[in-house]
Structure formats: C-alpha cells, structure tokens
Write a protein that binds this ligand. Structure first.
Ligand code: T4K
Length: 374
C-alpha cells in the first residue's frame, strides 16, 4: 500500500459532480437560494427513505439540538451524558437549561440507565441521551423512566443515519430525535442536520422555529431563529441520498473487516453495540487501548500519524472536564468513573465509504505491529 496518501478518520462522499452542476441550473434561473423547493423536497425524500415523515431539515446538527430543546418549552435540569461531542451539552446551556451528567456503560459508551435514575430530582425536565457511535441507547428503558417521572426524551442521534430495526428508523424514538449532516457523517449536506418529531404538529412548529417563528406576512408565532438549509445544500443532499445504500454497505463492510482483524488483539477492546435488534451503520470504529496494551493511546496515535494515519480521540476531553462545566456537582470525576476511564482510552479509527480494503488492512497491520513490538 502507498504510505504517502493520508488516511483520515472521516472523508465525505460526494454526489456526481455533473449531476450537482445540472441541478444548480434551476436555482440560478429562479434566484431562489433559500426557502425554496429543494429544502422541502429533501425533507420529503428523507421521509420516504426513513419511512418516517416528521422530518425538519436545518443548517447543522447543533441547530437541530437547539430547536429540538426549544420546541419542548422546558425549564430545569436535563440529564445527559458527558461522553459526547461538545454540541450536545452546549445546546442544553444555550436553551437556558441545566445539564446534569450521568455516567455511561462500559460496553457501548451510552448513558447508563442506573445513573439516569439516580440523577432524577424534582427539577428534572428531560433526558438528552446520545446514541453514541450509532449504537442505540436502552430506548425502552428510557421511555419507561420518562413515563414514570413525566420527563421529555430527546435523542441526539447524530451518528445514526441508516440505523434501523425491522420496524423502522432509530430516528422515530423520543419526543424528538436530532441528527447531523456534517461532512464527517454517514449522510452529509456539506453542513446540515435534521429533527425528527413524534407528531406532525411538532414538525410544523419546528419548521416555523427554523424560520424566525414567522408563520406568514401577518404573524410571528414563536421566538424562532434562522436555521434554514440553503437550496444548494438541499440539492447536494437529494443527490447524496440516491447513493446512500451503497455508501452504508461499504462502511458496514469495513466495520466487519476491522472487527475481524482487531477483535482478538490483546490490549484492544472493541466498543460494540449491546442491542443486536438494530443494524450497525459503520459510522465509527471505536476501540479502547487498555493498560495492558504494550504502549499507551498517545504513543499509538504518534505511531499511526507517523504512517499518515489519522485517528481521533472521540470523545476526549469529556464535557464534564471542559471548562464551562467542570465546576458542576455532577461533573466530579468520582461521579463519572466509567466516562473518565473510557475517555482516556478511546480511539476512533478511520472509517468512511471512500476507504479501500487495503487501507483498512494497513491501519490494522500498524496496530497489530504495535501490539507485538511495544
Ligand atoms: N452531536 C453529536 C453527538 C455530534 O457528534 C455532533 C458533531 C453534533 C452533535 C453536532 O453536529 P454539527 O453541528 O457538527 O452538524 C467533527 C465534526 O465537526 C462534528 O460534526 C462531529 N460531531 C464530531 C464528532 O467530529 P472534528 O473537529 O473532529 O472534525 P474535523 O473537521 O477535524 O474533521 C475530521 C476529519 O474529517 C478531518 O481530519 C478530515 C475529514 N474531513 C473533514 C471535513 C470537515 C474532510 O475530509 N472533509 C471535510 O469537509 O469534529
């Protein structure tokens, strides 16, 4: 394998360039750059693909979280995971709510049910759980806790495009689920995101919220904001959607190959889903570098980077250790032993549809070599 070509943790797949250029013509001819029909068409096509119609597309996954939380009109504490991307926790604060961190499971890195239950107070209004790495949370158990305590449930499903069980998309769960269409994600619109609502009324409200809350020329119903997806990006998404099944199956192929090559390497633990009823979309390939691996995570990263392989420490630092949150009582290291341990060991290996089998084998060979020559 040619060593000179960098292998990044992620690489976006692009639609056919000529199709994109010819799709731009109606945008040019109409001068409708935003608030146009491609945004609506993308929502409809996503709804058809996902077999779930209450879709509101927005300009990124962070906006999706902000609008989702805002749409539920809540006050108080939101129980959430510290093991996530910064956007999850920031969105809670930006909506004037208080994040309360709960620890995670060792196996799949999702929020722990027991920790959720221990964190509930009279001020709790919601649970914001992340299906981390595309692995589903304990959805049924979270629903029953929420029903018992009258809490709203928001899922940050940013890693979950294409994850489904035999009855449908994972996006249909919770009061609201959100996702990201960033270039590093399974499905991308350059920048973008979407919100999936439990009712068509909520989806309609979210469409108003994304456009300043303006209903028509005479009425402004909500204190909304501008989170619209541009027409060019919507077009990009429509074209990307036509190839998504083959992109997901390439990711799944590489996920399986990584699992086979690294599954038995001493000192490497694969982070896996514990719920086999959902498909794996191959959005990430997270491993943990355990203390008995011959070198530490940082040295392994150095070795890989020296060979032009660029994995990422998703998620490190965890949000409970980040400056805006580290003073909160729920952020103490002793309250979050598993999240802290996992964050110090986790490493996401390159996984995207543009890889080749040779590249995956090459990355694994470097790790196997490090395992033998510590
Ligand atoms: N919730 C969760 C659980 C999330 O994971 C995220 C985003 C969000 C919410 C918020 O969604 P957005 O508002 O972002 O839509 C990345 C992404 O910026 C972020 O979207 C993502 N999660 C997070 C897990 O990872 P970085 O800083 O590690 O990515 P970056 O830009 O360094 O890209 C990584 C690699 O991908 C690069 O080394 C090369 C490649 N790349 C990247 C871009 C942007 C490309 O080849 N082309 C590109 O255009 O944060």
């Amino acid at each position: 394998m040619k060593e000179s070509e960098p292998i990044y943790v992620a690489k976006p797949s692009l639609p056919d360039f000529d199709h994109f250029v010819s799709g731009l013509r109606p945008i040019w001819e109409s001068s409708q750059l935003s608030n146009g029909h491609y945004q609506t068409e993308l929502e409809q096509r996503l709804g058809d693909f996902l077999r779930f119609q209450n879709v509101t597309v927005v300009n990124n996954g962070t906006s999706a979280l902000l609008l989702a939380l805002k749409s539920l009109c809540m006050q108080g504490e939101v129980i959430t995971t510290p093991f996530t991307f910064a956007a999850t926790t920031h969105a809670i604060r930006w909506c004037g709510l208080t994040p309360v961190f709960a620890d995670i499971n060792e196996a799949d890195c999702n929020i722990s049910i027991e920790a959720i239950e221990q964190s509930i107070t009279k001020n709790t209004c919601a649970i914001l759980a992340v299906h981390c790495f595309g692995y589903p949370c304990a959805i049924n158990r979270i629903s029953s806790i929420a029903a018992r305590h009258d809490l709203r449930v928001v899922y940050d499903a940013s890693h979950c495009f294409g994850v489904e069980d035999e009855t449908g998309s994972i996006f249909r769960h919770g009061d609201v689920s959100t996702t990201s269409f960033h270039p590093t994600k399974v499905f991308n619109t350059m920048e973008g995101g979407a919100i999936f609502s439990s009712s068509s009324e909520l989806a309609d409200k979210l469409r108003l919220l994304r456009n300043f809350g303006i209903k028509d020329q005479h009425s402004i119903l909500y204190e909304g904001i501008n989170c619209k997806l541009s027409e060019c990006q919507s077009l990009f998404g429509i074209l990307q959607l036509s190839q998504i099944n083959s992109l997901i199956s390439r990711r799944q192929q590489f996920y399986t190959l990584y699992s086979r090559l690294l599954g038995a390497v001493p000192g490497i633990t694969l982070v896996r889903s514990t719920d086999s009823s959902y498909s794996v979309n191959g959005s990430y390939f997270p491993i943990r570098i355990r203390p008995w691996f011959p070198c530490g995570r940082e040295e392994l990263i150095e070795r890989l980077e020296a060979h032009n392989v660029y994995p990422r420490r998703y998620f490190y630092p965890i949000l409970s250790n980040a400056t805006p949150y580290s003073d909160m009582p729920s952020a103490s290291v002793s309250a979050l032993p598993i999240a802290n341990a996992v964050a110090s060991e986790v490493l996401c290996l390159p996984l995207h549809a543009e890889l080749s089998v040779d590249q995956v084998e090459y990355v694994c060979s470097l790790i196997i070599e490090a395992a033998g020559h510590g």
